[in-house]
Design a binder for this molecule. Structure first.
Ligand SMILES: Nc1nc2c(c(=O)[nH]1)N[C@H]1C(S)=C(S)[C@@H](COP(=O)(O)O)O[C@H]1N2
Ligand SMILES: [Mo]
Length: 182
């Protein structure tokens, strides 16, 4: 009789649980992927959530308006463990191009809570930064830092791990305009 045999099963189960946990850990995409299927309809009222002010004028846009642009999805790490995950939305560069802001040297990205940051042109031209409208394909409420949130493809470039970029992950975004250059 092998008296050690009964002890093996819990060990095996523990090993399997550990392995399963590792397998469930959030994978990341190096960069956003273009969505080829439409996202499920939001069913949200078409209220304006974003004001864009640029050389081609001022526009008020709803989430549905923004989602008429090409949409991307990225699974990314963030600076906040609870926020690591999957986000969808248009590219910031496509959003700002709607009013000619793609030529601006800097953007001022403003949020409902009064917070704002200046984003240099390099950021949205060099990296496919999202203006996310969804997390896990679902619209984001204000408690989830929505309805609009800047998402950098953080796992694409070690530079994006620098604390400089932490401030630029503006959430609760409601207005984007040109900012003076340095
Ligand atoms: N809307 C909004 N976005 C924001 C902020 C904020 O206060 N409001 N804080 C910014 C700053 S200064 C940093 S450092 C991080 C906040 O990270 P923390 O919540 O871990 O401090 O998000 C950025 N995005
Ligand atoms: Mo901060």
């Amino acid at each position: 009789m092998n008296t050690r045999q009964p002890g093996r099963r819990p060990l095996l189960l523990a090993a399997l649980a550990l392995w399963g946990g590792a397998a469930r850990a959030q994978p990341v995409d190096t960069q956003p992927l273009r969505l080829t299927q439409p996202l499920p309809a939001t069913g949200a009222p078409a209220r304006p959530v974003l004001t864009l002010a640029g050389p081609k004028g001022t526009r008020s846009l709803s989430v549905d308006d923004l989602e008429r642009l090409p949409l991307y999805r990225v699974r990314t790490s963030t600076f906040w463990p609870d926020d690591d995950g999957t986000y969808e939305g248009p590219l910031l560069r496509d959003v700002v191009a709607l009013v000619g802001l793609d030529q601006a040297s800097h953007l001022r990205v403003r949020a409902v809570d009064g917070f704002s940051q200046r984003l240099p042109r390099e950021d949205w031209t060099r990296w496919p930064v999202l203006l996310a409208t969804r997390r896990d394909s679902r619209p984001m409420g204000t408690r989830e830092k929505g309805p609009l949130r800047v998402i950098y493809p953080r796992d694409m470039d070690p530079q994006l791990h620098d604390a400089t970029y932490r401030l630029r992950w503006v959430w609760l975004v409601n207005r984007i305009e040109a900012a003076p250059g340095s």
